[in-house]
Design a protein around this ligand. Sequence first.
Ligand code: DGJ
Length: 707
Amino acid sequence: MLEISDRGRTWLLTGPTVGYAVHLTEDDELIHLHWGARITLADAEALAARPDPAYRPFESQLDGREEYPVEGGPRFVRPALSVRTEERRGTEWHFDGYEVDEGAEGAEGAEGAEGAEGEDGELRLRFRDDGLTVTLHYRMRHDVLERRVTLANDGPDVELLRADSATWTLPQREGWRLHQLHGAWAAESLLTSAPLTYGDKVIGSRRGHTGHQHLPWVALDTDATEERGEVYGCALGWSGSWRIAVAHLPDARVQINGGAGYDDSGLLRLAAGESWTTPVFAGLWSDEGFGGASRAWHAYQRAYVIPDADRDRPVLFNSWEASYFDISEQQQAALARRAAAIGIELFVVDDGWFGARTSDRAGLGDWTPNTDRFPGGLKPLADQVHALGMQFGIWVEPEMVNPDSDLYRAHPDWVQFQPGRARTEFRNQLVLNLAREDVQEYLWERLDTLLSSAPIDYVKWDFNRCFTDAGWPGEPYPQRLWVDHVSALYALLDRLREAHPGVAFESCSGGGGRIDLGIMSRTDQVWTSDNTDPLDRLAIQHGFSQLHPARVMAAWVTDSPNTQLNGRASSLRFRFVSAMAGVLGVGGDLTEWSEEELTEAAEWVDLYKEIRPVVQRGDLYRLRPPGGGLSAVQYVRGDEAVVLAWLQSQSYGNPAPALRLRGLDPTASYECRDTGEVHRGAVLLHHGLATGLRGDLDAKVIRLRRI
Ligand code: DGJ
């Protein structure tokens, strides 16, 4: 709901539980009034009528109160907007009007994502500074407020040095804590929390992609728990370099700026007639603790961001850990037969099927099947896979090139490079300059041809190195390559999705290096991490679930001992129950699995298919976090509940503690579908359920149905 005061100077956006209000003063200062529980327009107006803060020497009257602080004038905070023309730097704007657009697109305009009936339009507040029009966009979807900014120029050239998507202002409280998801390759999305102290806390990526080091998300609270208390969260929808800066200002106010680009050294230059809209920086308030905040984020993404989120993702097999680069049609076909026998629904051939790609040293960029390995192209294998009743998928890494490739030999200038400097290689590869139209057209033509050449249902889209030498010789404003690369990637994905509507896409970047709301609006699931050790995965999944739902979180069961990472041995049971917390996949070398293992695997896959709607589309309750002993999650959908529980290790023979369940009706009874026992809802909620887990690395699935 959107309400506007009589004089059109106070705006109040309201979601099911949240309220957000801003006010324009007589001097055209846009002041943030409120973000938190629902309030009325009269409350917002009362807030607007409060006296300004008392004058304090050396302090700004605006800092910490402004909705979108621009550079220049009486301000000392980090500006959300910093622009310059030939003549001058900074912004001095005046209000130019507002409108409500009923038909506006939301977070990156997710194709196919289903919106809610009767949702509000987008509020747009327009400001002008000579030739530059700055429009602030607001759209409430569930309890998530999507914000972004459009910069339109009709004057002399203007350079956007920094153009954040939003500044979020928190109410004045004491003792803020900051929560973030940090990581590294094979250790993504690890949740960490610390008190917020004075000054700026900056996270981001200067790598050209979202990065393994931080998910673009922060949460702040003062005293929340998993179940209770106020939590504020902000998440950015951008798949390139980015920055979120949390500022604890001298007067104890807290503001959060976020947007594309890490530095303030220039994003784009706009000539007359050009405009740019920033990515969405979404904000969520919840007073139901971290669990409630996560459920609200998940519901929002399923409704508005993730394409076709009402359709369950299939159980896939991926060949990477089974075969690495040693693949052929025959050998993949043998894996496919075993995969089909255990109930796999989608068979994905990973790296190594194209060009001279028999190792990571050659072939990237040459997107035609390797004829030694696939003499008839991909179609014969795809047909066999389909005949086995599975969908067929392939791996690609379109934004990259090996110097040892036909593509690079033909077009050495198609990569990002600085003239006269070494071209830095990582994993023996260079980054294509996707900002170039000829590169965009080449990739479109290659990928479109590939998807038309064989019945391909699924594309795993990888990105295995960061930007280093982001130069573009001959281009007057090479800096734009950083933003344009991401826009070109989005445009390419959009075009491919439109031309091949039956094809699903997975976002991968050496595991979880490109996970954000932007890529999520164009891909069907993400590869969470290259770490497939089922124990490490519990912590990674715990962090991931703070923001993103199980519906997109791909997780594979691989071989034991773990080949890729740590050699840890674990039972099939533990590996399956760990991977069943997301979109289940299998990535082990099935040709080496015994008959007993294959039979057991088929049973787990069957069980997963049964609980899948509850896992992928239910509400998530994190019952106990991972970390030594018992951890568990619970999903609830309608009358069904599923608990996945893991015991890392048992000490002194102590029984694992009972699990207090959540999200059930205390007045109802629930039948355990595994034991036939009937439990009273109130008992499960208040006293819990014994799991019977024992020893080390034990795990269990518990299915409950309301009777
Ligand atoms: C990195 C991915 O995360 C892996 O799953 C695999 O696809 C390799 N790239 C292939 O090179």
